[in-house]
Design a binder for this molecule. Structure first.
Ligand code: ADQ
Length: 509
């Protein structure tokens, strides 16, 4: 078996003697790399006025890294420009935030051609190539144009909208056609698969067999859903350890017995932060008994500060948090604690474990790993409750969360209130079901099932439809249905608690 070659836009080469990054792709592909050797190719993160046109190599912990630098002009047009100002908002259904510039679109293609040329210099004939995410959609076709006959797979980490949305992008048809250079295109959820399949059919005019296969110029491109996962046991252990550290204990003491609601993400308009702050304001307004009894900790790591819409977002969040604190604070209580930076992963895990409510309410999200991490971090004997946006990919496999529409401030407030009131048996039942599912589908399974499908070991029958139904029909333990007061509160509030019927599932698509 040949090497596995991972290509992602940003490649963080660990410093000599340092462990590789503990999250994301690094964990996902570690085992695959361990068993067959591998190469990780991408942008180094360096921007230079006139970068050397060379591939730099490094070897760390058994993994070969090959990275290239970008010029300032390439970075501006490709990354800050087309990828993050046109593609990112479009893929997240935010057409009003899209800004399109033809020069940037050309730059995006030029950078992908540049990556392909550099990558070809380091490839071996029997390598399997796995390309990641929306920055690199045309990489496969650029490699084919240079003569690559490798197996090439592409995984799309963010949502995939239907053609009615996608077609707002000038040249959208070309981007969809680029996907036909891949042998396998993976998305996170069945909702995304429906979007991708619709774009394939309408954007190319080609027949999409059973919604998941296209044949074009002798190549078969398969379309599949592979929901990304986390290293559940490892994260659970980190969280259990973290609550014993001085830092997390000090934080717990500072709560003075109040309940904790936690949110954590990159500062990004897709994550629904202003909407979430309004929902917390609504909790304090409509449920006065929660005043001075609950603290909301929001951790928002800075992100893409060179893109204009992200600067506006930061101002809006700071204003909203200031207003809630101005309206409701007491001398001994600040309702919103806002931390505007990244915190270490183990500290974050400790905060999750302390929190009675995990508030994960993106307006759209490919998957959302925070939802999974929050569940993994809980004490199984006394777990907190996940309040989760129905528009996060994670909702497809977590029907036991309290599922909400994030723009309904009062609805989200009612869900938070129901979560804070939920009896322990119901919390255990809901948590237990989600935790078991997370353990059964770990991140190593995610990577290996993608690679098995790419390398031809997948069963021929398309799994999409049957799997979609079984996920949507999953139900929480029967006790929840009518007996608990929290369920009743959630039900009367119109919160969709684990009852995604097939009919509703199809409305969500
Ligand atoms: P992201 O949009 O970055 O990822 P997410 O899946 O939630 O979103 O992953 C974020 C990661 O960063 C998590 O591991 C989280 O713990 C960590 N993190 C978040 N805020 C932090 C903070 N303030 N400090 C430190 N760490 C923080 C994209 C897609 C998602 C998809 C992933 C993986 O947008 O939908 O789930 O890729 O495919």
């Amino acid at each position: 078996m040949g090497r596995l070659v991972i290509v992602s836009n940003r490649v963080a080469v660990p410093k000599r003697g340092e462990a590789p990054a503990a999250g994301g792709l690094a964990v996902a592909v570690k085992e695959a790399f361990d068993s067959r050797g591998g190469l990780w190719f991408g942008w180094s993160g360096n921007v230079a006025a006139d970068p050397p046109n060379v591939v730099r190599h490094a070897r760390r912990a058994g993994v070969d890294y090959a990275v290239v630098d970008l010029s300032q002009a390439a970075y501006d047009g490709f990354y800050a420009g087309y990828a993050n100002s046109a593609l990112w908002p479009m893929f997240h259904f935010r057409l009003a935030l899209m800004s399109y510039d033809r020069g940037q679109a050309e730059c995006y293609r030029a950078v992908n051609r540049f990556y392909a040329e550099r990558l070809m210099t380091v490839l071996r004939p029997d390598d399997t190539i796995w390309v990641h995410d929306y920055q690199l959609i045309p990489l496969g076709s650029a490699l084919r144009a240079l003569g690559s006959r490798h197996r090439i797979g592409f995984f799309h980490h963010i949502p995939f909208p239907p053609w009615a949305v996608f077609s707002a992008l000038p040249g959208g048809e070309d981007l969809i056609r680029d996907l036909l250079a891949y042998d396998l295109v993976g998305v996170q959820t069945h909702r995304d698969l429906a979007g991708l399949s619709d774009c394939m059919a309408q954007g190319t005019g080609m027949k999409v067999r059973q919604g998941c296969e296209v044949r074009f110029r002798g190549r078969r491109t398969r379309l599949r859903a592979f929901p990304i996962a986390i290293a559940t046991d490892e994260f659970a252990a980190v969280a259990a350890e973290s609550v014993r550290t001085t830092e997390v204990k000090r934080f717990a003491t500072s709560l003075a017995g109040r309940s904790l609601i936690v949110g954590a993400e990159r500062l990004d308009y897709t994550k629904g932060l202003p909407e979430r702050l309004r929902a917390f304001g609504a909790l304090l307004e409509h449920f006065p008994e929660r005043r001075n009894a609950v603290t909301y900790l929001q951790i928002a790591a800075r992100s893409r500060e060179d893109v204009e819409s992200y600067k506006d977002l930061k101002r809006e969040i700071e204003t909203l948090a200031g207003r809630i604190n101005g309206d409701y604070s007491d001398a001994d209580w600040t309702p919103v604690r806002y931390v505007g930076r990244a915190v270490p992963r183990d500290t974050l895990a400790g905060y999750y474990r302390l929190a009675q409510v995990g508030l994960v309410t993106p307006l759209r999200d490919g998957m959302n790993l925070v939802a999974k991490e929050y569940v993994a971090a809980q004490d199984p004997e006394n777990p907190g409750v996940l309040v989760l946006s129905r528009f996060a990919g994670a909702a497809e496999g977590m029907p036991e969360a309290l599922l909400v529409n994030p723009i309904d401030a009062v609805g989200v407030a009612e869900a938070m209130n129901a979560a804070l009131a939920m009896p322990i048996e119901e919390r255990r039942d809901r948590h237990g079901a989600m935790f078991r599912r997370l353990r059964e589908n770990g991140v190593a399974d995610w990577a290996s099932s993608f690679l098995r499908a790419l390398e031809g070991e997948e069963a021929e029958a398309p799994p999409a439809r049957a799997a979609a139904l079984s996920v949507f029909q999953a139900r929480p333990p029967s006790r929840n249905a009518a007996t608990s007061s929290a369920s009743a509160a959630a039900g009367s509030a119109g919160i969709h608690v684990a009852d995604l019927s097939t009919a509703r599932a199809s409305r969500l698509l």
